[in-house]
Design a binder for this molecule. Structure first.
Ligand code: KG4
Ligand code: ZN
Length: 343
């Protein structure tokens, strides 16, 4: 059975996966660097690059072992090109180029945000178009319109912090630990989400962009005024209220987009899509608006190479021409090929 090896090193997870041309995930190894970055309360780019350099070959070896396949038997390679931390991306891209060149195999460069969207298709093959896809992670908060498979039009993105970044920064400020999202979610479980009032940001000019800096500033003000610390009695109510405000800000925009772009389906993905409040309210929104709502499995929400491999299989099947492996570049910011809709 034909298969490809996918590599993902866009941020602080080193990941490799073996995916068959029938989209079966044979292995998906993800090595987290959380312990390295935790003392700093956020990802330190140079440390992330150095960890990828150390870990990538062992992770690839493990992915091959688990899939019970040797490197010579791999029919194609795929790698995340960007957007992401440039030093981290360069580690993955340079190794993928070397492998594809040495074994004389095709190399498919993959956009990280499109790969996150693909994570939804990994377990939902029946999604109908047009669709809207909300990508919510530590580095990105972006909304896409998908008129058909493999076509992505950017409708809006954050003008400042990403939603996951807002969780990570508030957690850092309160010395709760890193990454902040899952820690805040756990603490918020028993909190009253209505205890603290946050004004949910709204863009003027009908824009579908996001903004989280206002919520972050309001949160910091509450923390100072009420002297909230990790051990104060209000902590659970406070983080529950903050979490609810972030979720509402995300879904208000998505709801607005459903009004502007009548669609059949809505998709939610990215690390923050692990959050249960967001998942529940997203499904509820789909129900209320009469559109089908799709989520990835929790393990495919945070960065992983399986979603990169699955998207690469689709590109191979689509027959689009592939550049020579030697021409592949990494990019830190949005892909130049991405079509942006003026709103
Ligand atoms: O997609 P991802 O692994 O990396 C990027 O592409 O950025 O997302 C990581 C982000 C972090 O900000 C983390 O705090 C957040 O996802 N996150 C969560 C949860 N799990 C991870 N946020 C809220 N609730 C969670 N359960
Ligand atoms: Zn990501």
């Amino acid at each position: 059975m034909k298969c490809l090896m996918a590599i993902e090193t866009s941020c602080d997870e080193t990941s490799a996966a073996v995916v068959t041309f029938e989209r079966e995930v044979k292995s998906n190894i993800v090595l987290s660097q959380d312990v390295i970055h935790a003392p700093f309360g956020g990802v330190v780019p140079e440390l992330a690059s150095r960890q990828h350099l150390r870990n990538l070959l062992p992770v690839i070896k493990e992915a091959l072992n688990r899939a019970n396949v040797s490197l010579e038997k791999i029919d194609a390679f795929a790698v995340t090109q960007g957007p992401g931390l440039i030093g981290s991306l360069l580690v993955g891209v340079s190794l993928a180029k070397a492998l594809a060149y040495y074994y004389n195999r095709p190399l498919i460069g993959i956009d990280h945000l499109q790969a996150h969207i693909e994570s939804v298709f990994l377990t939902n093959s029946e999604i109908s178009f047009p669709a809207l896809a909300l990508v919510v992670s530590g580095g990105h908060t972006s909304l896409f319109y998908l008129p058909k498979r493999l076509t992505y039009q950017l409708l809006g993105r954050t003008r400042d912090d990403a939603a996951g970044e807002a969780f990570d920064k508030i957690a850092k400020f309160l010395h709760l630990g890193y990454p902040g999202g899952p820690i805040i979610e756990k603490l918020a479980e028993k909190g009253n989400s209505k205890a603290f009032i946050f004004a949910v940001p709204r863009m003027k000019d009908n824009s579908l962009d996001f903004s989280f800096s206002g919520l972050k500033t309001a949160a910091l003000r509450y923390i100072k005024e009420n002297q909230i610390t990790a051990s104060s009695p209000q902590i659970k109510d406070f983080v529950a209220s903050f979490e609810a405000a972030v979720v509402e800000a995300l879904l208000v925009n998505l709801s607005q987009a459903i009004t502007y772009y009548p669609v059949e389906s809505i998709l939610l993905c990215g690390g923050v899509a692990r959050n249960q409040r967001l998942r529940t309210n997203f499904l509820q929104l789909g129900h209320e608006r009469g559109v089908k709502a799709y989520l990835p499995l929790p393990e495919y929400c945070t960065d992983n190479a399986a979603m990169v491999g699955a998207l690469a299989v689709e590109f191979l099947k689509s027959g689009s021409p592939l550049p020579s492996p030697l021409d592949l570049e990494a990019y830190a910011r949005f892909s130049a090929t991405l079509e942006e809709i003026e709103s």
